[in-house]
Structures are given as structure tokens and as C-alpha cells.
Design a binder for this molecule. Structure first.
Ligand code: AMP
Ligand code: ZN
Length: 488
């Protein structure tokens, strides 16, 4: 008998309505989200779409099965902002993009975001972009002029439909570049020439580089096909980026539909203005982490506002989030022994997310579970709080351990082992504790044996006035930790 799946409803920008989500193929649900341009640390606003679509990714995987969902998020690693950064710093472009890409991945992992299934880099898909541009020219949707290739906006009748504007309104409202080689001011660049000092690839139109919009169309097509289910990004991308993606993709592959559901998150603001690099009113995710604000706290603050509402980051919200997480984490930690792993996650939390990602409602369901436990001592409520938090990407156990060891610069690596292998983490804790006890009991030989064993695995133990501390050395290898029982 087929089990009925949870019904997901999503607000579709294309129809301006909340719609029941029906994938093309429930065994192959496909989502594309526009990723960052890699030339600098991600600011807090950049993290919002990452967290929003991470929640959606988790929900889709829960409903359709982990293996039946493909999530793609790109890295834009060819862009004039990157070129400018390289010119001003004297560094190689490849060094800047590689470093920034890794920063982005580390910072987003600290916010509990799972890595997408594919993270294509634009520079690895140049042949696909060139092929798509050639097809657009052949079909009359694009033209080459003075080393450039431009998309002929008037050749695509539905242009502007996503954001609900006509081409004439757009011309009136937008600051469009009126280059002499353009047939129409709205036509946008698919390819542009590169001088010798700039990154460039050989093409039928000379040495050059792609425009920004074509990369998403080419990568989405390559990895997800002509029609896929969900396309996401911040609402600042709706026009022109997403309008242009639609125009290119639908003209190059008229047999497909490109994306069926369009989802846009609202902006993170500072005093009523979008947080952005160009306005200079930004701080980075790393700034907050370095101030000792845990990633779970940042995530919790994000989830407390619905993704289609603008939100402000405030220190007060962060303090409240931390107090709540601490209260929950401590209760779960103290009662872990009575948890029964066969209990499921809370349906109400899944239902809240299924209603257009209602994360504030999901959080209030978590509060409700905590109150139920306080009132009735029902450990199942606490367990549901624990697993449902994890489903939302809030790992209470990791939060608990990291809050207890804020002094350690090794928190992330240790957190990573905890996430990957909790038993291994607990084993190290236990060995360190046993050694401290052996020292207190003046059993020096045993204490030395334990220190040797830990050292062998490259776990470095140091004795401080507050007790024994440990951190992982660069050659951490846990294989020797378990195979003796000298300390049993
Ligand atoms: P960018 O690197 O500026 O292209 O932005 C990468 C992603 O971050 C895009 O999905 C943007 O829509 C999103 N984004 C940029 N600024 C903000 C903000 N202040 N609030 C929310 N999302 C943003
Ligand atoms: Zn894009």
C-alpha cells in the first residue's frame, strides 16, 4: 500500500500564489539556488537564502527520501568584482576564488547548512555556456556585435512575466547600459570580450568571458535538465537575473519549462535598508562567529522570521535565541539516557514547514514541546524537541558541547567529530577524564599510559588550573583509541 506523502505548499513567485507542490517526478525532485560570487567573506544577508533553502532541502528529503532529491547551488567564480579584487590586491584570481569558496563553505557549515548535492563552479561549464549561446544565435534570440553576444529581449514574448513588468516599464525604470552595439537598450550580455590581462576563453566570438546570467541557465540545464521543480534565490535576483535566466533557458530549450516553482527570500536589513556590500552596511557571518555567537544562534534567529518577510538582525534577538537554545540543550543533555531512538520527529513541525516553510510556527511547536515536558515530565516530548530541532538544522548536542568549551579554538574540528561520530567524541572525553582522575588518585603510571594513548591519536592534552583540556592535532587518527583496555 502506498503511504500518502505530506502535502507541501510553496509560494510560487511565478503565480504569486501559494500552490500545492507537485514535482515532475517524486523519485527525482530537483532544485537550483543561485549561489555567491566568490571574492569576499559572505555577509549575514548572503546567509539568509542558504539557511532558507537548506530548510527546504531538508523538508524535501524528509518527504521524498534522501536519494530522491537533487539540490544544486553554484559558485560564481568569474565576475568583474573578482577581477577588480585581484587587480587591487595583486593576487591570482584562482587563489582568491578558492580561498573565498572555502570560507563560504566553512561559514555556512557553522550555520548548520548541509552541502548541496552539486556545487558547480561557473568556470567549469564554459563549453556548455558557449553551446547554449550558439543555439540562441542560430534560433534568432541572440546576436554577436563587436566581440559581444547579446540576448534579444524582444524575441521572448514572456519577458518580464516573473516579476510582473512589461519591457517598456523596465526600460523606463532601470538603469540600462545603452551601448552602441545593442539593438535595444534592454538586450543583455551573454558573452563579452576579455583583454589579455583578464580571464578569457576562446569562443566563436573571440577570446572572452560569459555574462553572469548565462552561467545559471547552463549549469541548471546540465545538472537538472530542461525542466526542473524549484528555482530559488533572494528577491533582489528576480529582476533582471531570473528574468534573464528564464528568457535564455526557455528560448534555448523551448521543449522544456525551465523551473516550475520560483521561490524568493526577502532581504536581511540593517535599519530598514538591504544589507549589501555596495551600501557598506554589512557585517560577515565570520564576524559574528568570531565574537563567540554560535552558528546555531544565528540560524535560530533566521528561522524565527518567515522567509518572505524582511528581517533585522539584533543583538537582543541573538541573546534570546541563545538563552532558549541553552535551556533546551541542557534539558536534553540531562535526560538523554531515557531517550528512545525509535520515537519519530514531531509531525506538527513537519506540517509547519510544509506550509510554505513556516519556520516561526515550527519554532513555536518546539517551545510547546519543551513546556509539555516541563509540565508533565514526559521524556518523549523532550526527545521530540531534540529530533525536531535537528530536523530544522539545530544540533542541540553540538551546541551544548561547544557552549561548554568556548575557550577552545578547536571547537569547529571537535564539533565536526561530534557530528560525524558522537561515540568517538565521547570516548576522547572519557579518556581525558580518566586520566585526570588517575592523576588525582596519584596513579601516575596509568595517567601516563592514557596520555600516551591520546598522544598516539594526536589528541593533545594540556593541564590548566581549570582542569584538563584537549584539542586535535593536525594528524588526528582515532584508530588506536579503542584497541586497548588498559584503562578499563
Ligand atoms: P550575491 O553574492 O550578492 O549575488 O548574493 C548571493 C545570494 O545572497 C543571492 O541569493 C542574494 O539574493 C542573496 N542576498 C544578498 N543580499 C541579501 C540580503 N541582504 N538579504 C538576503 N539575501 C541576500
Ligand atoms: Zn542564478
Amino acid at each position: 500500500m502506498e503511504v500518502k506523502k505530506t502535502e507541501i505548499k510553496l509560494h510560487n513567485t511565478a503565480s504569486r500564489k501559494k500552490e500545492v507542490f507537485t514535482p515532475f517526478d517524486p523519485k527525482d525532485v530537483r532544485m537550483y539556488v543561485c549561489g555567491p560570487t566568490v571574492y569576499d567573506r559572505a555577509h549575514l544577508g548572503n546567509a539568509r537564502p542558504v539557511v532558507v533553502f537548506d530548510v527546504l532541502n531538508r523538508l524535501l528529503r524528509h518527504v521524498y527520501g534522501d536519494k530522491n532529491v537533487t539540490y544544486v547551488r553554484n559558485f560564481t567564480d568569474v565576475d568583474d568584482k573578482i577581477n577588480a579584487r585581484a587587480a587591487e590586491s595583486g593576487r591570482e584570481i584562482g587563489d582568491i576564488t578558492a580561498e573565498t569558496t572555502q570560507w563560504f563553505l566553512d561559514d555556512m557549515a557553522a550555520l548548520g547548512a548541509l552541502e548541496p548535492d552539486h556545487m558547480p563552479r561557473a568556470t567549469q561549464y564554459i563549453p556548455q555556456m558557449v553551446a547554449m549561446i550558439e543555439k540562441l544565435i542560430a534560433d534568432g534570440h541572440a546576436y554577436a556585435a563587436e566581440g559581444h553576444v547579446l540576448f534579444r529581449v524582444r524575441s521572448y514574448e514572456a519577458y518580464g512575466k516573473l516579476s510582473g513588468r512589461s519591457v517598456d516599464d523596465m526600460i523606463a525604470g532601470a538603469r540600462v547600459e545603452v551601448a552602441p552595439f545593442k539593438e535595444d537598450p534592454m538586450d543583455f550580455v551573454l558573452w563579452k570580450p576579455s583583454s589579455e590581462d583578464l580571464p578569457g576563453w576562446d569562443s566563436p566570438w573571440g577570446r572572452g568571458r560569459p555574462g553572469w546570467h548565462i552561467e545559471c541557465s547552463a549549469m541548471a540545464h546540465e545538472l537538472l535538465g530542461e525542466s526542473f521543480d524549484i528555482h530559488g534565490g533572494g528577491n533582489d535576483l528576480m529582476f533582471p537575473h531570473h528574468e534573464n535566466e528564464i528568457a535564455q533557458s526557455c528560448c534555448a530549450h523551448p521543449e522544456g519549462q525551465f523551473a516550475r516553482y520560483w521561490m524568493h527570500n526577502e532581504m536581511l536589513q540593517v535599519e530598514g535598508k538591504k544589507m549589501s556590500k555596495s551600501l557598506g552596511n554589512f557585517f560577515t557571518v565570520r564576524d559574528l562567529l568570531d565574537q563567540g555567537i554560535p552558528g546555531e544562534v544565528i540560524r535560530f534567529v533566521f528561522l524565527s522570521t518567515h522567509y518572505r518577510k524582511p528581517m533585522d538582525w539584533t543583538a537582543e534577538k541573538a541573546r534570546e535565541a541563545e538563552a532558549t537554545l541553552w535551556k533546551w540543550a541542557q534539558a536534553c543533555e540531562e535526560n538523554r539516557k531515557s531517550f528512545d531512538a525509535s520515537w519519530p520527529i514531531e509531525d506538527e513541525v513537519v506540517f509547519a514547514l510544509s506550509d510554505d516553510l513556516n519556520t516561526p510556527l515550527a519554532i513555536s511547536e518546539l517551545h510547546r514541546l519543551y513546556s509539555r515536558w516541563r509540565k508533565t515530565d514526559d521524556t518523549k516530548a523532550l526527545f521530540l524537541l531534540f529530533t525536531s530541532s535537528e530536523f530544522l538544522g539545530l544540533n542541540l548536542q553540538k551546541f551544548y558541547y561547544e557552549s561548554q568549551h568556548p575557550e577552545s579554538a578547536q571547537i569547529e574540528r571537535r564539533g565536526a567529530i561530534l557530528l560525524e561520530d558522537e561515540e568517538q567524541y565521547l570516548l576522547i572525553e572519557r579518556l581525558v577524564e580518566e586520566r585526570a582522575q588517575a592523576k588525582a588518585d596519584k596513579e601516575w603510571k596509568r595517567a601516563d599510559q592514557l596520555r600516551e594513548k591520546l598522544k598516539h591519536a594526536d589528541v593533545i592534552v594540556s593541564d590548566t588550573p581549570e582542569g584538563s583540556k584537549w584539542e586535535l592535532g593536525p594528524n588526528f587518527d582515532p584508530s588506536g583509541l579503542e584497541d586497548e583496555d588498559a584503562w578499563e
